[in-house]
Design a binder for this molecule. Structure first.
Ligand SMILES: *Cc1c(COP(=O)(O)O)cnc(C)c1O
Length: 407
């Protein structure tokens, strides 16, 4: 399988830690929703760098803005004011209806800050052993605290002892949440992804999110919604929880916010915005001028080009086309469900489907598989309907072939 890879790429492997089961592909450049590998082979990008490349590749307005920023200042440190932080924070406040932002560089870092906020929220009101409600199949990152919050024993295996102070409940089950927290004075927060990404594209129901909001208000808990993957316009609203018409108290962001430049943010509402004071939390890279410029330009271009509407429209087109092409398989149950909103879609198969990654790549399509049997599509938000049709034309025959091989 690795024969197609140029020798100089294989030669780098002995020194890079073996943390990913990588395909034998090395990408060299991209344009829009297309990428090319070092051998010149072209791919349609159904992965978007795992929901990161919001504007696709080599965007004609993002790239010059970043070049301009790099030539001025890349990094300055949080010992000084970074004017871009206030600009981007104000924009995120406007889009979310929340009030204050902490900037960092990755998703796990945003979640780690959210967990610290929740614990300090508890300590500030005299709860010395705060507990946070988390969910089955959740994914919040790979630091010790965030992997402890994650609901996947594969992510946790080998890294115990896990961080304590988490209560785990099933998705979309208010009674289970009430039972798990009944009479427990140490609960300080409920923490979930509005649509679970790594767990297999599992949406929280709007009604459930509304009821959790009410429970949080009643019990003085923080509602913390991890929008690291499902946020930033991917579902057709800025943040996926907005479909439920609610607001969280704490919202970690990352992936798509910088269209490829590493950036994370924790956006907080009035109940959580003033928990941290000087010395409580920090980061060297977070909020640096390059990341801020990337975030500012990404949001600006998304608005100018109507990318939320595009994500909703093209996503609905893609989902409908997949459902049509796979109608027989959906009927027979070999395709269990096609889930998700906008350009965050999962095709849940009745069988494991890891092989499809290489087969799709061979046919010129990049995508991913989560939870062993869910094909995940999280392409750039600039995807066109014609490109969506191309995804369907490549992917559906491969799904049918795979299902035929695994009766
Ligand atoms: C990817 C992801 C994370 C972790 O982000 P990193 O940048 O990899 O640390 C956390 N939460 C969710 C929902 C994610 O999808």
């Amino acid at each position: 399988m690795t024969a197609a890879l140029p020798a100089h790429i294989e030669a780098t492997s002995p020194h890079v830690m073996n943390t990913y089961g990588r395909l034998p592909i090395a990408l060299s450049h991209g344009q829009g929703c297309r990428v090319w590998d070092v051998n010149g082979k072209q791919y349609l990008d159904g992965l978007g760098g795992i929901a990161v490349n919001t504007l696709g590749h080599n965007h004609p307005r993002l790239v010059p803005a970043l070049q301009d920023q790099i030539s001025k200042i890349i990094h300055s440190s949080n010992y000084y004011h970074v004017p871009g932080q206030e600009v981007l924070a104000a924009k995120l406040v406007e889009l979310s209806g929340l009030t204050n932002v902490f900037f960092c560089s990755t998703g796990l870092e945003a979640n780690e800050a959210a967990l610290k906020l929740a614990r300090k929220f508890g300590h500030d009101k005299g709860i010395n052993r705060p507990e946070i409600v988390v969910y089955e199949k959740a994914f919040h990152g790979r630091s010790i605290a965030t992997l402890s919050a994650t609901g996947n024993t594969k992510v946790q295996a080998g890294f115990g002892p896990l961080v304590e102070g988490f209560i785990r409940v099933p998705l979309n089950d208010v009674a289970a949440l009430e039972a798990a927290t009944a009479g427990n004075p140490n609960v300080v927060a409920v923490f979930f992804e509005a649509i679970q990404g790594e767990g297999g594209i599992n949406p929280m129901d709007a009604g459930y999110m509304q009821q959790v909001r009410k429970l949080c208000d009643k019990n003085d808990w923080l509602l913390m919604i991890d929008e690291v993957q499902c946020g930033m316009g991917r579902t057709g609203k800025w943040f996926a929880h907005q479909w439920a018409g609610i607001q969280p108290d704490v919202m970690p962001l990352a992936k798509g916010l910088g269209s490829g430049v590493p950036i994370g943010a924790v956006v907080a509402g009035p109940r959580a915005a003033h928990i941290f004071g000087p010395g409580n939390h920090g980061t060297t890279f977070g909020g640096n001028p390059l990341a801020m410029r990337a975030g500012i330009e990404t949001l600006k271009i998304m608005e100018e080009d109507g990318l939320l509407a595009n994500a909703a429209k093209v996503g609905a087109h893609l989902k409908a086309a997949l459902s049509r092409e796979l109608a027989a398989e959906l009927k027979s149950g070999r395709v269990k469900e096609i889930r998700g909103f906008g350009l965050m879609l999962g095709i849940d198969l009745a069988v494991p489907c890891g092989e499809i990654l290489q087969r799709a790549a061979d046919k010129g399509l990049l995508l991913s598989v989560t939870a062993d049997s869910v094909i995940r599509l999280v392409p750039p938000l600039i995807l066109s309907e014609a490109e969506a049709d191309e995804i369907v034309a490549i992917l559906c025959p491969l799904i049918k072939q795979l299902l035929a091989e695994k009766p």
